[in-house]
Design a protein around this ligand. Sequence first.
Ligand code: SER
Length: 617
Amino acid sequence: MREKIKNYKIKNYFKYYLKVKNMITSNELRQKYLDFFKAKGHSIIPSASLIPDNDPTVLFTTAGMHPLVPYLLGEKHPEGKRLTSFQKCIRTSDIEEVGDKTHHTFFEMLGNWSLGDYFKEKSIAMSWEFLTSPEWLNLDKNKIAVSVFAGDNDAPFDQEAFDIWKNKINISEKKIAKLPKKNNWWGLESGGPCGPDTEIFYWTGDANKIPDSFNDDNDLWVEIWNNVFMQYDKKDAGILEPLKQQNVDTGMGLERILAIVNNLADNYQTDLFKNIINKIEQLSNKKYGINEETNKAIRIIADHIKAAIFIIGDYKAITPSNTDRGYIVRRLIRRAIRFGKQLGINQTPWTNEIAKIVVNDYANIYFELQKNINFIISQLNDEEEKFSKTLENGLKQFENQKLKVKSISGQIAFDLYQTYGFPIEMTKELAKEDGIDVDEKGFWEYFKKHQELSRTASAGMFKGGLADASEETIKYHTTAHLMLAALKKVLGNHVAQKGSNITAERLRFDFLHNEKMSAEQLQQVESLVNQAIEQDLIVSCEEMTLDQARTIGATGVFDSKYGEKVKVYTISKGDNIFSKEICGGPHVNQVGILGKFKIKKEESSSAGVRRIKAVLE
Ligand code: SER
């Protein structure tokens, strides 16, 4: 009870504090952004899953544009040509950097898109209006500087963007930097829609010392918004082809803009972290903001547990494991636990306490969290229990080795991994803290000898990537629809897609089902799909509201508060309806061209999830 009263007081104090300081909350800011773009004719689309569909090159959704790639390449979007969203994102390329003031693995990206509609001038004018108009964010115009693409052998200097800033917006030329591709170009690493961008920076230093020119080396100029003018399609071998349509893709990180608007020194002081940090303070009896070592540990815990919760709580839930995405979740949780220990958190288990706060904070924005809260907590508890048992002994082992040999051999690093559950990245981080070396190459040699962990998960392949829309992958995409329908017919309606990964050579498909499929069931699925192919069923597409899609029994995810329009792909001939599924496309027109469908493997993917690998022959 006392706890309750205390929490109540903290909550109310916090509300009061925000009011007195005239702060804008994250919910208000998110809503303001959507309202602004809605008023400018954009449809609000919901955040997509953190786990991209049909994209073999990437582990997580890294930007708001990610789920929109097919539309940027020319597919028609059911909501029209102007879209706006807030997208949950995970960037894991530098997990070990998290702990300072600026890095996050989980963040939300506010974005607006023009799919072949407006282009540079309108995009820039709208960004400027939203940032500076007293009606919207009312930021100080003098504190804004921008950069544009300087041009190189592949694409010319962005004169148009430069002129718009200079002549239409009236920014002083000295505050318009011309920067190379490294700074002012955006696209996913593996290719697809891309183009020059213009970035907007805000001066976060002394208000009396606003420089009259922009220098991108000065960290006090903080990038707040990126407007990408997508006019190219990056093909294999890096060749840029003009896109059918000129698009705009903009992205603004919510955590960062919230800190800026509220004049806070770091993102972790915003309300997106406030309650979480209060909880960590309470669990550890330490205060945020007093010393850097404590700050670092608190930020790591706040960021990592939040990220893990969003990944586990996604409707395509990923659970901790030793491969791919699961390995990232494991790394996040284990790194947070290690820093929890360093911070002196004694309660066990404790990560679930943070989960309750995160779920509560985001409950009205990301409905899936509340829905999956029990699952999230049980997964966190399991992982925490596994790791807490070995962490202490592992650390002792590390210390012993350190004293004995002053470096960590491949064998020891492998032992720390195998026996004590230390991800290699954790061993490296510990060693770095002590200024000693780790024989990482040696570790991988031991590793390869012993088991098969996808190295990609730790080698950073997930920085960005793009579904390849080649003819072959489109075929596999349609095959995935046929297979899901066949699985439902054979196993029952509980079967739901958990994820798929398509390359030009094969289809990998994860779905909810509790037990191993029998040889007979596999055979039935194969022949149902092959029959559909032989009958040359026709693929058709219709646009409708999510409610209508539900009513007609389409397969898909129906969590959304916007009642937005979706595309439903039906595979049928006359009365013979084989599959109806919500999907962005693209698909083949008739399934006769798919060839012969063959299941190569059926195995467990994680608890309650099976995985099928299949090919077209
Ligand atoms: N795709 C761009 C980014 O992530 C703009 O949204 O910065």
